[in-house]
Design a protein around this ligand. Sequence first.
Ligand SMILES: *[C@@H]1O[C@H](CO)[C@@H](O)[C@H](O)[C@H]1NC(C)=O
Ligand SMILES: *[C@@H]1O[C@H](CO)[C@@H](O)[C@H](O)[C@H]1NC(C)=O
Ligand SMILES: *[C@@H]1O[C@H](CO)[C@@H](O)[C@H](O)[C@H]1NC(C)=O
Ligand SMILES: *[C@@H]1O[C@H](CO)[C@@H](O)[C@H](O)[C@H]1NC(C)=O
Length: 394
Amino acid sequence: MLLKAEDGSKSYVPNQRYQRLFLQSCTITLAICLLCYTYVHLDNYNNHFYNNFTRWNVREVIVNTFGLNKSVAASQTSRERKLVLLWTPYFSEKDWLPSTHDLHCPIQECDVTSNRSLLPKSSAVILHWRNIDSDDLPRFITDDSNEIGTPLVALFNKEAPPNTPVDSLTGINQKIHLTITYRKDSDVYAPYGRIEKRTKAFTMPEFKPDRKSVCWLVSHCQTQSKREEYVEILKQYIDVEVFGKCGNHICPYEKPLDCYFWLAKQCKFYLSFENSICKDYATEKLYYALMTDMIPIVMGGDDYAKYLPPHSFINVANFSSPKNLAKYLHEVSRTQSSYLSYFKWKEKYESTFVPYWWLCDLCHTLHQTETKTSMPHPDFSSWWFGESNCAFVE
Ligand SMILES: *[C@@H]1O[C@H](CO)[C@@H](O)[C@H](O)[C@H]1NC(C)=O
Ligand SMILES: *[C@@H]1O[C@H](CO)[C@@H](O)[C@H](O)[C@H]1NC(C)=O
Ligand SMILES: *[C@@H]1O[C@H](CO)[C@@H](O)[C@H](O)[C@H]1NC(C)=O
Ligand SMILES: *[C@@H]1O[C@H](CO)[C@@H](O)[C@H](O)[C@H]1NC(C)=O
């Protein structure tokens, strides 16, 4: 193609300049198109599984204020103190509950004791499931006495149904007034952690492409969820570093949370895989990972998307195979904007580990409940074992 100078002059110099300009703009246009295509392509790829990360905003997350509602606390003025008796230890700990004062509960008029001679003065007795001994129950339970003033029986449990011995319920299945578990339909909801409005300043983590890919800290090698089999397949498609008893790396710290922060310095993703797949069962594996600069990959029976901020985790349930999950993880870890989009929720929210905050809620409940007329659950066992929807992997 011959380009003519506009003034029709025969000089070759301007023509050559136009030619060069034309070629240059072609190259630039082509480059822009290529960039756009790559961007849109990646974007679509992500949208296939999750919402637009470029447009992503934290929707209003339901911040659970269990036990911490100050307006409830202010609405009542004088309250008599209620006594909570720890009938069993928690594993080997005798005095295992902090006080309502230490927990900064809005309602602090509850005392906790493990002194059994204070039973007649107690409003509630707490039995920790794993420590229940059928031969060592309070008399008023075994005697079936429903005298005025007998305390409410509260059952505390953190384990999923496959790890709650059914034998322990002998003699108490129809005597439990209050359930204190991670199940959201418990009388007193006791989650492992929760998402709160952020109070501290937030700094986006650094994007470091050279970090290890997927890390996993694990001490139970054979589980009911068969997570170990999933990980074996996943390993064929992406690097998975296993720490702890079931792996070949050791965490130098004793406290699990310290390990999580240590891992976060070297890993991009963390496998928050539960050992049982049961309704609402999400443990510290999730809340710890959400505290760090790793993206949690969850496997469990909880309805994560319902209460965790969008784009704060990756769920294996959204991928048809470990291979497809690995493919997505490779994409996310290659692209800075994609990787960092998983931390955007932290500008407004944070994960906290809150063992025992349920005491605040229990205290509130005890102040609202008329002990004398309270009826126990008719069949605790069928609620727990029948409605936990645990998946039994073959
Ligand atoms: C993603 O963003 C595009 C505009 O960039 C918009 O048209 C589309 O509806 C968004 N998709 C979702 C799922 O929000
Ligand atoms: C606190 O409790 C009051 C009364 O039950 C309720 O109206 C209010 O919405 C609660 N506040 C929060 C933040 O949950
Ligand atoms: C338990 O309470 C009783 C009655 O108040 C008291 O006499 C006893 O010393 C207490 N025991 C312990 C170990 O504190
Ligand atoms: C991911 O999987 C969960 C559980 O199967 C489902 O509820 C959710 O809608 C899925 N999300 C997407 C974006 O596909």
